[in-house]
Design a protein around this ligand. Structure first.
Ligand code: MN3
Length: 242
């Protein structure tokens, strides 16, 4: 490779990295791309989360369920040229502006796309049980809101376990009170829709997220899931907000 070729290669590779970063990053500080939306690639190999989340579950969850939300969201927005220029976050925080005939489709599929994008970005290869903990400002914020990391985990697992039907359990930032909270949302709703909470981390409590491996044992899934949480990503989201 000549020097010129190498320089050109690096430039193109750099552009690719920028594009991917823009398409896959979900932080509240960074506007998401507008429609047509695309399925973000996983930031790790499809089997990277094993044994906590198995390869087959990931293939179906990312490739079929998440892709379905993206397809259905794009289909709904085709009928709404004005909404099509809004970022996903803007769509979810102004659902009342969407005509009633389209609102449920945008809410369910826009929420589905946002929630799953955030979910994949929040995970990493498993660490040993109980070895995966937040540190720095995030650890301090968790201690001050819940007393300890262990208490927070129990509250989060308990809320996720009690969630009736399908939905999500969240660690969210309350900007008015400057405090972390545990919250749940039904279906594909997101704390952003409440207008008062910013999601930092969410666990998917739909059966499609865990049923192949854990069947009816949602509590076991919620407990095992802590091993794959990427606390560095969560800390970055909190830092961007506070
Ligand atoms: Mn899901």
């Amino acid at each position: 490779m000549t020097r010129l070729d190498r320089r050109r290669f690096l430039k193109i590779a750099g552009m690719g990295a920028c594009f991917l970063a823009g398409a896959t990053s979900v932080t509240t500080a960074q506007p998401l791309t507008v429609s047509p939306f695309e399925l973000p690639p996983l930031p790790y190999p499809i089997d990277a989360l094993e044994p906590v989340i198995d390869r087959k579950t990931m293939e179906i969850h990312h490739g079929k369920h998440h892709q379905g939300y993206v397809n259905n969201l794009n289909a709904a927005l085709k009928g709404l040229p004005q909404a099509g220029s809004k970022t996903l976050e803007r769509l979810l925080t102004s659902l009342d502006d969407i005509p009633e005939d389209y609102r449920a489709a945008v809410r369910n599929n826009g929420g589905g796309h946002y929630n799953h994008s955030l979910f994949w970005e929040s995970l990493m290869r498993p660490k040993e049980e109980n070895a995966n903990r937040p540190d720095g400002d995030l650890a301090k914020a968790i201690d001050s809101a819940f007393g300890s990391f262990e208490t927070f985990r129990e509250r989060f697992q308990d809320a996720g376990g009690k969630l009736f039907g399908s939905g999500w359990v969240w660690l969210a930032w309350n900007p008015e009170k400057s405090i972390l909270e545990v919250a749940t949302t039904p279906n594909q709703d997101n704390p952003l829709m409440s207008g008062s909470l910013q999601p930092l981390l969410g666990n998917d409590c739909w059966e499609h997220a865990y049923y192949l491996n854990y069947q009816n044992r949602r509590a076991d899934y919620l407990k095992a899931w802590w091993r794959v949480v990427d606390w560095g990503k969560v800390a970055g989201r909190l830092q961007a907000l506070s």
